[in-house]
Write a protein that binds this ligand. Sequence first.
Ligand code: FE2
Ligand code: FE2
Length: 284
Amino acid sequence: MKKPYDIDALLDEVITLPSLPSSVAHIMRLVSDPQCALSAVAQAISSDPPLAMKTLRLVNAACYGLRQQVGTIEHAVVLLGIKVIKNLAFTATVFDIMKGSVESFFLHSIFCGAAMRALVESGHPNSQVQSGEEAFVCGLLHDIGKVFLDEFLAEECAEAAQLSRIEQIPCYKAEKQIIGVDHAEVGARLARKWKLPDGIADGIACHHDLPRCKIPVHQQVGAMISIADFMCIRAGLAASENTVVVVSDDAWRMANVTSPEIPLILDKFFVALPTVRELMTLAT
Ligand SMILES: [Fe+2]
Ligand SMILES: [Fe+2]
């Protein structure tokens, strides 16, 4: 194998990142227009029946707190609003990509979504990630680059995992050494290909290495992801055993999280944990 790759060579020669399904891309475009009508979004989701079905399953999950069963996308849009429904349709798409992954990875991704939601809902929003739903999507996606590294470079990923264990270095550093590119860079490329906001793509890119991003408000997203990731790993919810994770002092400072606030954030996070299993069931 030619090593180490740079990100462009890796994506040209080895990894093909999937396009966002056209129905979801259409929904994202619609919702980016502030004048967008509820009915247009409902129609766009309903025109893709498998997507509509998966979105409704998420809408009816206990974690969204609706007191009634919702049977149609039109009703769901009225109850939850177009931004929430867009994020649920998007989440259903990400679940489809992740469902063939190792269960611990999939769970870690959903847990990290829940941790990001807890952070934002405890009074730590960011101009790029303002709502609990956006935060959940951001956490869900943070390690998605691993899905493609594992799929296309399985041997090298196993070698990197071994190096990380033996040398006690974070997995992204081991991936850099073995492959030349890490999962954060691949995940950020996917986010850009799917036309997610730059703040989310940059946040994914720098979630293990904040100086990679030069835009403070985007770097703050990376800091929030690294804290959410840390919370999961410390709670025993890592993607794999013996995960080495380091959160820099800069990350706590950038995310404006102070020591007295940590118990409050953790409370919110732990309350949400039972819903993660439910989401996992819905995805498979
Ligand atoms: Fe990561
Ligand atoms: Fe992670």
